[in-house]
Ligand binder design. Structure first.
Ligand code: BG6
Ligand code: MG
Length: 219
């Protein structure tokens, strides 16, 4: 029988908009200042991970132990750099096809939610002019546990009134795919198939994607 989705939950950074590169730049600068090597492989580990979890990863990689005030100062600095990088963002930085796909879902009565670890998610949605496309927004300000904990998606599904099994999560992070699985969601990886092999299927982007293709892939 064909799968009949009731809702879709989208991660933000790296799925809807290319902000993952700005997070990378911010963390890499900070790691360099601390004398900790940081490359794209490290960044993959940090996708979907909270701000504090990301700092802890870098400190642990460098064998560094810092007091709490210093950690807060470093996180604030990284965030200031991130905010400077996204300050000039426009809707043109949305990934090709993603808005058309979201609008198709909405026109077919399928609910749309955001499930992001980022505390900056509301700002990014505003900058891209897409806040009103989401029936629910769950972000880093409203969760206690970071991906791969399923909290962010479970809160989204609950707010939308749908069961996880009837809900599709779109994710570019390994931790996000694990979070979706841990919550009992269907999950489509967005990005590199080899890296995201834990997803049920992987798409390179939304340019040639549609509701019919999604149903076909998940049925
Ligand atoms: C996730 C990103 O969406 O949000 C991570 O994948 C980022 O790279 C995390 O560190 C936290 O973001 P923020 O904006 O709250 O610092
Ligand atoms: Mg992401």
């Amino acid at each position: 029988m064909a799968f009949s989705p009731q809702a879709c939950l989208f991660d933000l950074d790296g799925v809807i908009v290319d902000t993952a590169k700005y997070h990378f730049t911010g963390w890499q600068r900070l790691a360099e200042e601390l004398g900790v090597p940081f490359d794209h492989a490290d960044n993959e580990q940090l996708k979907g991970v909270s701000r504090v979890g990301s700092l802890e990863y870098i400190l642990s990689k460098g064998g560094l132990v810092l007091d709490n005030d210093t950690k807060v100062r470093l996180m604030d600095r990284k965030n200031q750099q991130y905010l400077e990088l996204v300050a000039s963002m426009t809707p043109e930085e949305l990934f090709p096809g993603v808005l058309a796909f979201i609008d198709e879902l909405r026109s077919q009565g399928i609910k749309v939610g955001l499930g992001s670890s980022s505390r900056n998610a509301p700002l990014i949605l505003e900058r891209c002019n897409i806040t009103d496309r989401f029936d629910v927004i769950v972000d880093g300000n409203s969760i206690t546990f970071s991906k791969p904990d399923p909290e962010v998606f479970l809160k989204g599904a609950r707010a939308l009134g749908v069961e996880p099994a009837q809900c599709v999560v779109f994710e570019d992070a390994v931790s996000g795919i694990q979070a979706a699985h841990n919550g009992g969601f269907r999950v489509i990886g967005v990005g590199d198939g080899a890296r995201l092999k834990e997803a049920e299927c992987v798409i390179s982007g939304f340019a040639d994607f549609s509701l019919a293709v999604m149903v076909d892939k998940l049925s």
